[in-house]
Design a protein around this ligand. Structure first.
Ligand code: CA
Length: 433
């Protein structure tokens, strides 16, 4: 089967045979296949479209890439000959911080760019040696971030009284309730690569299957230590994303797109919502290793070989990757969403117009991303804006489809330009409302 990510209507019309793998697409519905060709050997997909979109140098990206606080001399190395490269790095005055878990790689501090250049010259194509650039969450709070308890009080505040369950507008807009009599996400695990998930949130806990942390939790003798069990959310963003995917249908709070899907938390972003690309890459592969069939990526940054490698590996193992287009409001690339193996998601408001902040161009699907009510830390609820919030709507619909063995991802043509909506507003059922 063809790659589901880049089938553009101008390349493949709705009645093209390859769009009819499972069920006929009903005008104005659009659909394409989920079961994929992303198996071994097909990791490098070909873009089918020739979109007029061209990447520009976006301010957002410049901002993301100009965060020097996390270290200018920090590099990530991936190589089959890792020990040899590490030794060479140490010979150039470098220090190995820690090894990656799922890639044969390590995070290494190098004294200067000359040391990196010397290592590249020595190992050539046998090693990736690149700056460990910073990735960030991609959202704009529609409400103040939730409180984290009174500083210094010593005791967390008691959980707030749980409100009666409401149906967020976005869950209705993607027609999830129409799908629930037939599929609810049961048996499918969605990996949330983000700031973590509150493990005991009353509207999430029963769906959380586990997690893994990739953020440094301490130092021993100058070396970074990462405690994999510390995957709880200290920001709020990851918990919000998780709720849109799979908040429980339990009478309280909100309900997610796929209320019986499992959630796996790969914590790759710190309490400020920033993290290194080495952690993002490892987190993606952690999700796959822990059984995730869908990987939700509400984050973005620059292009990086290590991230491309992880994305291609996850896709080749059958995972469906979904990522935010970005909040730059521009026709600009952001990674991982701009990789061809990844579904790139823009955001619309409740009038089904493109959100003012949403980036566009090369979009696969659009989804609700303004005033999105979901779970947040502190066992509470809040509304956020962002392509970060649109992305989990699509991840949830993918989980619904996979739980029913349907290999098609439906969408409704909402009349926006193709560069804004891609295949359209993602939908849980193959009929327009
Ligand atoms: Ca609920």
């Amino acid at each position: 089967m063809r790659n589901p990510c880049r089938a553009k209507p101008e390349s493949l019309p709705d009645n093209h045979p390859s769009n009819l793998q499972h069920e006929p697409s009903v005008n104005p519905m659009r659909s394409h296949t989920l079961a994929n060709n992303q198996r071994a050997g097909a990791a490098v997909a070909v873009r089918l479209n020739s979109s007029p979109w061209r990447p520009r140098a976006p301010l957002l990206l410049a901002l993301l890439l100009s965060l020097p606080v996390l270290g200018q001399s920090r590099y990530v190395i991936v190589s089959e000959r890792l020990a040899e490269v590490e030794q060479a790095a140490q010979g150039r005055g470098g220090a190995v911080q820690h090894r990656l878990k799922y890639l044969k790689g390590a995070v290494v501090d190098l004294p200067d760019q000359a040391a990196a250049a010397a290592l590249r010259a020595r190992f050539g194509a046998r090693a990736i040696i690149e700056p460990d650039i910073v990735y960030s969450i991609d959202f704009q709070p529609a409400a103040p971030p939730p409180g984290k308890g009174k500083p210094g009080s010593g005791n967390p505040p008691p959980p707030p009284a749980q409100p009666p369950q409401t149906l967020p507008w976005g869950i209705a807009a993607v027609q999830a309730p129409a799908g629930w009599p037939f599929y609810s996400g049961a048996g499918v695990i969605v990996g949330v690569v983000d700031t973590g998930i509150q493990p005991d949130h009353p509207d999430l806990a029963a769906n959380i299957v586990g997690g893994e942390n990739f953020i440094v939790t301490g130092k021993v003798r100058g070396k970074a230590v990462v405690d994999p069990t510390k995957w709880g959310d200290d920001n709020g963003h990851g918990t919000h994303v998780a709720g849109t995917i799979a908040a429980l249908d339990n009478g309280i709070g909100v309900v997610g797109v796929a209320p019986q899907a499992g959630l796996f938390a790969a914590k790759v972003l710190n309490s400020s919502g920033s993290g290194y690309v080495s952690a993002v890459a490892d987190g993606i592969l952690s999700c796959v290793a822990n059984g995730a069939q869908v990987i939700s990526l509400s984050l973005g940054g620059g292009d990086a070989e290590v991230l491309r490698l992880a994305v291609q590996s996850a896709a080749s193992q059958g995972a469906i990757l979904v990522a935010a287009a970005g909040n730059g409001g521009c026709a600009c690339a952001l990674y991982p969403s701009s990789y061809p193996e990844v579904l790139r998601i823009s955001a619309v408001n409740s009038n089904l117009q493109l959100a003012s902040f949403s980036s566009y161009g090369d979009i696969d699907y659009t989804a609700p991303g303004v005033g999105v009510l979901s779970t947040v830390i502190g066992s509470s609820y809040a509304a956020y804006n962002g392509t970060s919030m649109a992305t989990p709507h699509v991840s949830g619909v993918v989980a619904l489809m996979l739980s029913a063995g349907i290999d098609t991802l439906y969408a409704v043509d909402i009349g926006l330009p193709f560069e804004q909506q891609g295949n359209g507003l993602v939908s849980a059922v193959p009929v327009a409302p």
